[in-house]
Design a protein around this ligand. Structure first.
Ligand code: ZN
Ligand code: ZN
Length: 149
């Protein structure tokens, strides 16, 4: 990490693990896949992907555990259970954007992905793909099990 690049920092719920990311993410999106939804117990997952070299555990690394399942390798705090990131590949880490957003990171999502698995109705102008980015666009409106008005 260089001294002058912008850095964002976040903590798990108990505060014992601190995570730091440097620079702008390679991409940011909202993922609606069942893997994300089940692990987070949330209707969607906001992720921002950085090169692994730009992500650093600044504190509490000994408390970090992980669970690999399908294409995911999710890391969390063994003391409080907070999810922190998903190691996509050796060189790519998807940080859960909510972890760093309080430090000034702005999650400018380029798209929603895996919308064919969505359980939450979405009403925004962000492109919605059925699968990964650049798959087919999801026809709208989509009516799901969790909806606003
Ligand atoms: Zn914790
Ligand atoms: Zn997902």
């Amino acid at each position: 990490m260089s001294a002058d690049a912008v850095k964002y920092r976040g903590h798990c719920l108990c505060g014992q693990i601190a995570l730091e990311v440097e620079g702008a993410p390679l991409r940011a999106c909202y993922c609606h896949c069942k893997n994300c939804r089940t692990w987070h117990a949330a209707p969607l997952n906001a992720v921002a992907v950085w090169p692994s070299a730009a992500v650093r555990i600044a504190q509490g690394e000994e408390l970090l555990a992980h669970f690999a399942h399908a294409a995911s390798d999710r890391h969390w705090c063994t003391n409080c259970g907070s999810g922190l990131f998903n190691r996509l590949r050796d060189d790519l880490i998807a940080v859960y954007a909510a972890v760093v957003v309080d430090s000034g990171f702005v999650h400018e999502a380029a798209c929603h992905i895996h919308c064919d698995e969505a359980v939450l109705d979405l009403h925004d102008d962000v492109p919605k793909y059925t699968g990964w980015r650049d798959s087919a666009l999801m026809p709208e409106p989509r009516r799901t099990g969790m909806r606003g008005r």
